[in-house]
Design a protein around this ligand. Structure first.
Ligand code: FES
Ligand code: FES
Length: 163
């Protein structure tokens, strides 16, 4: 039976007809909508490559049944930049060489955006590493990733203070 899935993706409302109720959010994003910035690594909830935000909270899209999130607001890596202006986390990853092959990077960036919003890790490198531990990097770019998250936290906190 075909079911309709309504999602707001990066600010745009989408209605999709799904024949298979078992389709994951990751496959909807990549294969139905063409947002291939979100990567499929393990497809088992173990690597974090598929991290997106659902209503502001990070999840592994490969484990999320799309229909169970009907009505949700999804943010993918494509939704972070404002025109030509990169999100502070994206800019910090570039400044600190937070990637090598780049395959894990969209998931790392989405996880970092949520971690900073959670406000739990602050500027403590150990807590940043713990908060990012669900995102694996086969290139072991962890030192740059941690520095990038700390730097973006500083930038975003300063902006909030100035506002
Ligand atoms: S692809 Fe989803 S956690 Fe690895
Ligand atoms: S940069 Fe290659 S997997 Fe992380």
């Amino acid at each position: 039976m075909t079911q309709t899935l309504n999602l707001t993706i990066n600010g745009t409302a989408r209605a999709l007809a799904l024949d298979d109720p078992r389709v994951t959010l990751l496959d909807v994003l990549r294969e139905r909508i063409g947002l291939t910035g979100t990567k499929k690594g393990c497809d088992r909830g173990q690597c974090g490559a598929c991290t997106v935000l659902i209503d502001g909270r990070r999840i592994n899209a490969c484990l999320a049944l799309a229909l169970s999130h009907d009505g949700a607001s999804i943010t993918t890596v494509e939704g972070l930049a404002q025109g030509e202006d990169l999100h502070p986390v994206q800019a910090a990853f570039i400044r600190h060489d937070g990637f090598q092959c780049g395959y894990c990077t969209p998931g790392q960036i989405m996880s970092a955006v949520a971690l900073i919003a959670e406000g739990e890790a602050g500027l403590d490198p150990e807590r940043v590493r713990e908060g990012m531990s669900g995102n694996l990097c086969r290139c072991a770019a962890y030192a740059g990733i941690t520095e990038a998250v700390l730097d973006a936290t500083r930038v975003m906190t300063t902006r909030e203070d100035a506002a």
